[in-house]
Design a protein around this ligand. Structure first.
Ligand code: SF4
Ligand code: SF4
Length: 335
């Protein structure tokens, strides 16, 4: 797809759909928002600090209303939308969320109404080695509808679904290749970087790493908000003034917040009993979630290396450095 064809295709998208895409706002900040003008579209290696999670798994979702004994499910009312310009790293993140929320009717309702158009742009600060260069054979392990692979200034077009094919056909563009999703596990096996970090965390634990980070972390939870694959939530019940009625909402939560691990079993000595009481425990739990539990459960990396957590952290905690420290502890123990 050359530049002229790309312009025609994106004009077709904008004319007929709600398109959400990376763009710079008036303050010069790269954001993801509804695209009003084609000239605002940004496709390049920089990543916005916010991620597609805001649209695919919104921070607050109503689950149901209740009135007396009647519960009415409140599936999200969402019109068809197109995510245009999802970096390959963020595609990996969405592929994981698709698995985590595979049985979740609320997430699936949004997914059903969303067309995802990925790109091969990889941010310079990416530390996930697998995506340091784009190769066609990586696409069969990512979920997308259309993929734009940059080639000498033009785009080679791939489709990953019938919806993607239909969209291209309707725009008048037919020169695409279809790729069938082959699941998370690659022919060569599990991702080696993922396996090494998992092994180091499970078998060569160095408490000093976590104690040092625990002294710096302020438990603000910003990293969990910025991370495209952090998906923990809490339920929040709200009563209406009318007797016997109210609603239940699902809202983002963070494992850094004290309430997150508060458990029942209150005693006078421990009025707020928690499973994790120190910051060092919390930060370890967060890393363990990304580097051990998620890969073990979904066979997918629980961190796509986007660096958003590092960019947003007020304590300058750098996940790239922490990963190096985890691997160094493993090397040291092996000597
Ligand atoms: S680099 Fe940080 S923000 Fe990005 S996926 Fe990994 S943990 Fe999440
Ligand atoms: S953003 Fe930094 S300081 Fe805040 S909770 Fe995360 S690691 Fe801790």
């Amino acid at each position: 797809m050359n530049k002229e064809q790309f312009k025609k295709f994106t004009e077709h998208l904008l004319k007929n759909n709600k398109v959400i895409a990376p763009q710079y706002n008036a303050e010069g900040k790269l954001i993801i928002d509804e695209l009003r003008e084609l000239s605002d579209l940004f496709l390049g290696p920089e990543l916005p600090l916010d991620s597609w999670k805001w649209f695919m798994l919104p921070p607050k979702m109503k689950m149901f209303d209740y009135k007396k004994n009647v519960i009415t499910e409140a599936l999200p009312k969402i019109k068809k939308q197109i995510f245009l310009g999802v970096s390959i790293l963020d595609l990996q993140a969405l592929t994981l969320l698709n698995q985590v929320f595979e049985q979740d009717a609320y997430y699936q309702e949004i997914k059903k109404n969303t067309i995802i158009i990925g790109t091969s742009h990889v941010p310079k600060e990416n530390f996930y080695q697998y995506f340091s260069s784009f190769e066609e054979n990586k696409l069969e392990h990512l979920q997308f509808d259309i993929f734009l692979a940059l080639q000498n200034g033009d785009y080679k077009i791939y489709t990953g679904s019938e919806d993607g094919q239909r969209l291209l056909d309707n725009s008048g563009y037919k020169d695409y290749q279809h790729i069938e999703y082959a699941g998370p596990i690659r022919e060569e096996g599990l991702d080696q970087q993922m396996v090494s970090v998992m092994d180091a965390m499970q078998n060569y634990h160095d408490q000093k790493i976590w104690d040092d980070l625990g002294k710096r972390c302020m438990q603000c939870g910003k990293c969990t908000i910025a991370c495209p694959v952090c998906f923990c939530f809490r339920m929040f019940d709200k009563s209406y003034l009318e007797k016997g009625s109210g609603e239940r909402d699902r809202v983002w939560d963070s494992c850094y917040y004290n309430e997150f691990t508060q458990v029942a079993g209150v005693t006078p000595d421990a009025p707020k009993h928690r499973m994790m009481s120190t910051t060092a425990q919390k930060i370890y739990f967060w890393y363990e979630h990304h580097f051990v539990r998620t890969p073990a459960t979904y066979s997918l990396p629980g961190c796509v290396g986007c660096g958003r957590c590092t960019r947003t952290c007020p304590a300058d905690i750098d996940i790239f450095q922490t990963q190096k420290d985890i691997l160094a502890a493993r090397q040291k123990a092996k000597k």
